[in-house]
Every structure is written in C-alpha cells, then in structure tokens.
Design a protein. Structure first.
Length: 450
C-alpha cells in the first residue's frame, strides 16, 4: 500500500510539473484522456444547460403517450466524429432540426467553462454539420508548429492559430496581403517566417526595404531583386509592371482558344500554362510602406505618385501574371495620401499585430470585421508575435508565428540560394554577392551589360 501511495504521489507531482512547465507534454500524457472522459460524460447535461438541445418531436411524444412511457428528453446535437489532437479535441456535430451554427458559436464561451477547456471555437462545415475545436492549453504561449504541414506550391505555413490549427499564407487564394504592427510587435518575425517558408519554393523574391535594407539585407542571397531607397524602389516597381505586361503577352500567345481545344485547357493566368512555359511567380515584400508614400518636396511627390500608381496596378492586375504583394507597415491609412485607400481595397489578406491605437486596427479590419478590431487592440505588449489575421470575408483568427531568429532565416535563405531565379527585367536590381560567405552583401545596382 505504501508503494502504491508513493507511486500515486509521484504521478500526480509529475503531472503537476508538466502542466506548469510543459503544457503540451502534459496534454499528450494526461490531459487528453481526462478531457475526453470529461467531455463524453458531461456532453448531454452541458448541452442542455447551454440551451443547445431541442424538445422531442410530436411523433415521439405521441408514441410515448400511446405506449404509456415517460416523456422523452430533449436531444443534443449528434456527435458525428470525436478526434483527439496534439493540442485539444475536435468534435463534429450534426445539428438537430431548428438548430443553427450560430447557436453553437454563441455558446462557445459557456462550453469552454463547462468542459474545463482553454478555448472553444466552431465553424460550419456544411449545412447541418458544425465542427467544434477545443484546445486544452494555451497553444500561442509557446508556439510549436506540427511536424507535418501542407506543402502545396505557393502555400506557406507561417503561424499557429489559437485553435491549434496551422495558419497558411495561400497566395493562390489570397494574392495580396497587408501586415500592420507597431514597433516591437513581432511584425519582422512574421516576415522572416514568410521568407523562410518561400525560400525552398520555385518563386522569385523581390524586396523593398527603405530602412537602408536592414531587415531584408541579410536575406539577399535568396532575393532576385532588392531596393533600399525610394528612388530604386520606383524603378524596381516600374520593372515589375513591365514584367507583368510581358507575362500577359505570353498568356495571350498561348491562350489556346481555338475551337478544337476543350474549355478546361484555355489559359487565363500563369497557372493554366504548361510547366515549360510558365513564368516563375514573384512575391514582392514591402517592409515599410509609409517610407514610399511620404514626401517633402515636389520631386519626391512625383516619385511618390509613381510608386503608389505602380503598386495599385500590380495589386489590381498582378495576380494573373503571378505577381503577389506583401505590404507591411506601422500605419496604413488615408493620411498617406491619394491612392492609398485604393491600394488597401486590393489587399485581401489582413494581419494586425499589436497596434498603438484603435485607428490603426480600423485600417486593417474596420471595413470587414468590427470584432477583429476589438481583438487587435487587446493584444498585450508582452506577447510579441501575437496577431489577428483575417480576410475580406469577415472571418478572423488569433495567430502567433514561431520565433525565428534572423540567423535562422539567413541560414534557410543561404541553403536555398541556388533556387534564386534570374529574371532579365529585374537584373539591374539583383544584389551583388561576393564569393565569400562571410563577406557583406552590397545593395546597389549591378551594371547592365548590353
């Protein structure tokens, strides 16, 4: 009996220590079993207490009266699937007649308390089916990306969502995106994760960093073009517009609209072209957009209008040509001048890290989701990297990118430097690299040979 008591005390102490120091390990060893039992045992009573049951139908009441049986109880949604995960539990529920997916979403906070889980979110899978994801611990406190992620082309896993799922940056679905965040909010780490995820792919990276290149300069070996001042940025954007026009000419030439060609083979963008003809896609990363929009003289104003016009053209027309925009900044509103709101309207993806005022959050989500605005201004200063991600559909999630040091991002870019494509239109803007890996990279225009 003494040995059993000692063993029990050791197990309880180990569980408490894991829950305090390593919540993910605690969940995989003890938490998932206890939570599964708690949910399955309490399910019917919790659903009834949360108002998520429906009264018995008339035919069941009539059958009970005819057979002289007790009145049947109200029925909760059916559990169609129950699946434990490395971060929580996933329930797929079949709704009863008269229930709606909004009922489950409205009761999420009550379900969280009733099942003693850290977080509960829900989404409608299809008509009459709702998926409820429960997290057993704070997955955003110490982000650990899963070992297996989706690796389709132009799909980059950049962060972890609060429900434990992976947040992807899908350029095929959301071509252009805006990332906002105050100083020391984690915006640069998010950008590093994005570059590190794109580095192994067959894609050209183009950077515009008007802070003299301090953010993108170390990653230059994986970039096909870099600009570190507004004058160079204006010329680089003009070159991208010229490339876009050339790609459209290629698509027109290979469109295959003859009468004997099936409709499914007609090309409307680069992804409809054969592999041997498809131009390499280009991702343009703008580190601080305000530096491109500010001006102090007439000449700078002309340059600014030229830059914004080129960005708007790329945002409106670049998707089919395989040119995608990633625009970052601390603020992005009408005070930056004409054309800014037109550009923002083309940026479907929105990510907001900690901001200093509500106006900045409204710049990202004010036109799509008021709830996301409230979530963005509540991000605490001590949780760097925590952000709210949404899109023009109004859906949003809390996310946090894993901490990636600049050294780690540089190592990834250097490892995949051989994948950097040579684009003739952008050759004057390719950073000059020396033969020594320890030598610095000089950001200047390379001479153009005739």
């Amino acid at each position: 009996m003494t040995a059993f008591t000692v063993a029990l005390v050791l197990v309880v102490a180990a569980a408490g220590l894991l829950r305090w120091r390593r919540p993910a390990w605690y969940w995989m060893t003890f938490g998932v079993t206890l939570a599964s039992l708690r949910v399955l045992v309490r399910y019917a009573s919790v659903m009834d207490a949360c108002g998520l049951t429906v009264p018995p139908s008339r035919w069941r009441l009539a059958l009970a009266r005819m057979t002289n049986r007790p009145v049947p109880e109200s029925r909760p949604p059916r559990i169609l699937r129950f699946r434990p995960t490395r971060t929580g539990l996933v329930l797929r529920l079949g709704l009863r007649p008269g229930q709606d997916a909004f009922d489950i979403a409205a009761a999420s906070d009550r379900l969280r308390h009733s099942f003693s889980m850290y977080g509960v979110t829900s989404r409608e899978v299809r008509s009459g089916v709702v998926e409820v994801r429960m997290t057993g611990y704070d997955v955003l406190k110490r982000v650990q990306m899963p070992a297996k992620v989706d690796t389709r082309p132009m799909l980059v896993p950049v962060a972890l969502r609060e429900d434990g799922s992976v947040h992807y940056r899908d350029y095929r679905a959301v071509p252009h995106a805006l990332t906002l965040g105050a100083t020391e909010s984690g915006k640069s780490v998010y950008q590093r994760n994005l570059v590190a995820g794109l580095a192994p792919m067959d894609v050209a990276l183009v950077g515009i960093d008007c802070k003299q290149g301090v953010e993108l300069f170390p990653l230059a070996r994986r970039f096909s073009a870099l600009a570190d001042d507004p004058d160079t940025a204006a010329e680089l954007l003009d070159a991208l517009v010229s490339r876009m026009e050339g790609v459209y000419q290629l698509i027109r030439a290979e469109q295959r609209i003859a009468a004997d060609v099936p409709d499914a083979e007609i090309a409307a963008d680069i992804w409809d072209l054969p592999d041997h003809l498809r131009p390499v896609p280009v991702v343009v990363l703008v580190d601080e957009v305000a530096e491109l929009a500010l001006f102090a003289s007439k000449e700078e104003e002309k340059r600014r209008d030229r830059i914004i016009t080129a960005l708007v053209r790329l945002a409106q027309l670049g998707r089919a040509a395989g040119i995608y925009l990633e625009i970052c900044g601390q603020r992005f509103g009408s005070e930056l001048g004409k054309g800014i709101t037109m550009l923002r309207a083309q940026l479907t993806g929105r990510t907001a890290h900690r901001v200093n005022d509500e106006t900045s959050a409204n710049m990202a989500f004010g036109d799509i989701s008021p709830d996301a605005v409230l979530a963005a201004i509540q991000i605490p200063a001590e949780l760097r990297g925590l952000a709210v991600a949404g899109d023009s559909t109004g859906g949003w999630h809390r996310i946090r990118a894993p901490h990636t040091s600049l050294r780690q991002a540089v190592n990834v870019c250097n490892r995949h430097a051989d994948r950097t494509p040579d684009l003739p239109e952008l050759a004057p803007f390719r950073p000059e690299l020396t033969s020594s890996s320890e030598a610095p990279v000089r950001l200047s225009k390379a001479p153009v040979t005739a």
